[in-house]
Design a protein around this ligand. Structure first.
Ligand SMILES: Cc1cc2nc3c(=O)[nH]c(=O)nc-3n(C[C@H](O)[C@H](O)[C@H](O)COP(=O)(O)OP(=O)(O)OC[C@H]3O[C@@H](n4cnc5c(N)ncnc54)[C@H](O)[C@@H]3O)c2cc1C
Length: 496
């Protein structure tokens, strides 16, 4: 059953071990690092549970009949894909695409797993049962799952089992009757501090000898032995939401996750010491495609914010009618249209799997991954170019408006036709939080890396997904349409 925001907030008070600035956080929902982000996620849950969006956001659980989030829908038809996308978009719009690992992200991976339990069952039918059981558990309890599927950057030149210490990377260290024990660390737990459970596995290629790291498990964030070491939270220390409207509300935080002899019962083990299946769970099932599709719907919302800001700033500064400015806006618009268009193309040209389900077309999903990683910085540059020094010539904080003399100067000199000083400052501070703040810098890194390193993974996936056989056939057809010219008249095509 879909949860309310209040129920979600309460669920975070579970004794989890989250550390910031060398201190264990006593109450995540009330700590300044997380308070507003928790409220932003709670709002998503309220949207799904409330009457206004229930139709779009939920569907009846096949097991309980209760409304559950549509992110968990197993798509059987193109209409299912469209309905699922509509729900993802509604949520993404609510955070302007600024929370990358909202609860619907890993939900997409679980959907992909649940569509292909046979892949997991290759190692024993119980693993297929475990993965479907977990998917149903998360769906029916509306749990928020984050994931850590990358080894920490220690020494990328050596495989996992040749690292200096065998428990640096998270892996199995003990097998017991009831389950396994996992030790080591994994990165990078975006939103893990805000989530209920974490999915731990490895999406990097593993080598023979790495069997202990070839696992796929899920554990509650509050499980004994799980520690979250969070990077500097950007919501902390901001003067107000007015000054940093995005950092203050949408910082989902990222964390190093340490697993210190964490016990995982067998029913939460989906892949066990199996290098091939650790890879296949992502790429032979549609999990990676469905999960990334959500990321791209989310990015679509972000491009709308970016394009709107760029236009509004040009308008406010009185330059929007100038041809060079319209050229820049047109170029920006083209990138935005490509990002949304590829989402729609992936659904419209979805793959019909013979097992009776559909999933977004990987050619367009992976092209979009590449587009985002490669051109997000380009989009930011357009916004910076259009905004000029207006992004910098801003009062230090809202408090300047409380000082009568300063406020008089601000009212006089920081304004635009039809826009008061406060309104102009508000607009430009919003833009700065998207392009220039520490939060903005982290977002740039996020778009560059969330689907893997661009040079190593996203382009290669696009290469593999594209139908080069069909493209080559076009070349053959073209080559076959002409031949050596007859000696008499070289311009004549001899074949139709
Ligand atoms: C903000 C942010 C949030 C993230 N959130 C999550 C999350 O929620 N869950 C999660 O599991 N992960 C998350 N990640 C991690 C993300 O998946 C990784 O950043 C990504 O897979 C790349 O790994 P890496 O950062 O270790 O970079 P590396 O793999 O170390 O790559 C860095 C650079 O080294 C070079 N390089 C590395 N390997 C090779 C190679 N084999 N051949 C050639 N060149 C190479 C490339 O130039 C590459 O760009 C997040 C990352 C960021 C930045």
């Amino acid at each position: 059953m879909s949860r309310t925001g209040k129920e979600y907030i309460e669920s975070l008070r579970d004794g989890r071990a989250v550390f910031v600035h060398g201190e264990r956080v006593a109450d995540v929902p009330e700590h300044p690092a997380f308070r507003n982000a928790v409220r932003s996620v709670a709002h998503l849950y309220d949207m799904a549970a409330g009457p206004e969006h229930r139709e779009v956001m939920t569907y009846p659980s096949p097991r309980t009949g209760q409304p559950v989030n549509r992110a968990f829908l197993l798509p059987r038809t193109p209409e299912d894909l469209a309905a699922r996308r509509e729900a993802l978009k509604l949520w993404a719009d609510a955070t302007y695409g600024l929370m990358g690992r909202s609860p619907d992200h890993v939900a997409g991976f679980l959907v992909g797993f649940a569509l292909r339990p046979d892949v997991f069952a290759r190692a024993g039918e119980e693993f297929g049962r475990h993965v479907v059981g977990y998917y149903e558990h998360v769906r029916d309890h509306d749990l928020y799952v984050s994931y850590v599927i990358i080894h920490p950057q220690i020494d990328r030149s050596k495989p996992a089992h040749q690292q200096e210490d065998p428990t640096l990377y998270a892996g199995v260290v003990e097998e017991r009757d009831g389950g396994i024990v996992v030790s080591g660390a994994q990165m990078l737990g975006t939103a893990s501090a805000l989530s209920n459970e974490v999915f731990l596995s490895c999406i990097l290629p593993l080598r023979p000898g790495d069997e202990n790291y070839a696992i796929s498990v899920a554990v509650p964030i509050a499980a004994p032995g799980v520690r979250l070491i969070v990077r500097r939270p950007y919501a902390e220390g901001v003067p107000s939401v007015f000054d940093y409207p995005l950092s203050s509300r949408f910082d989902e935080t990222d964390a190093l996750l340490v697993f210190d002899k964490v016990f995982v019962p067998w029913e939460r083990v989906f892949v066990y010491r199996n290098i091939a299946l650790t890879w296949d769970q992502f790429f032979e099932t549609p999990a990676h495609i469905i999960g990334n599709h959500q990321a791209q719907v989310r990015f679509w919302s972000k491009t709308e914010l970016l394009a709107g800001l760029a236009y509004r700033i040009a308008e406010v500064n009185g330059v929007v009618k100038l041809p060079p400015v319209q050229t820049m806006l047109g170029e920006l618009a083209s990138y935005c249209a490509m990002a949304s268009g590829l989402v729609l193309a992936a659904d419209a040209e979805c793959v019909h799997d013979p097992r009776g389900f559909v999933y977004p077309n990987p050619t367009y999903v992976y092209a979009n991954n590449w587009l985002q990683a490669t051109h997000y910085t380009t989009l930011l540059t357009y916004l910076r170019e259009l905004a000029g020094a207006g992004l910098i010539q801003l009062p230090s904080s809202y408090r300047d408006y409380q000082h009568p003399e300063v406020a008089r100067d601000l009212d006089r000199f920081i304004r635009s036709p039809g826009l008061s000083s406060v309104e102009r400052t508000k607009l430009f501070k919003l833009a700065w939080d998207l392009v220039g703040s520490e939060f903005a810098g982290r977002h740039q890194q996020y778009e560059l890396f969330y689907a893997g390193a661009r040079s190593v993974t996203t382009s290669i996936r696009a290469f593999r997904a594209f139908d080069f056989a069909a493209a080559k056939a076009v070349v053959e057809r073209c080559l076959a349409s002409y031949d050596l010219p007859p000696a008499a008249d070289p311009a004549v095509a001899v074949r139709a």
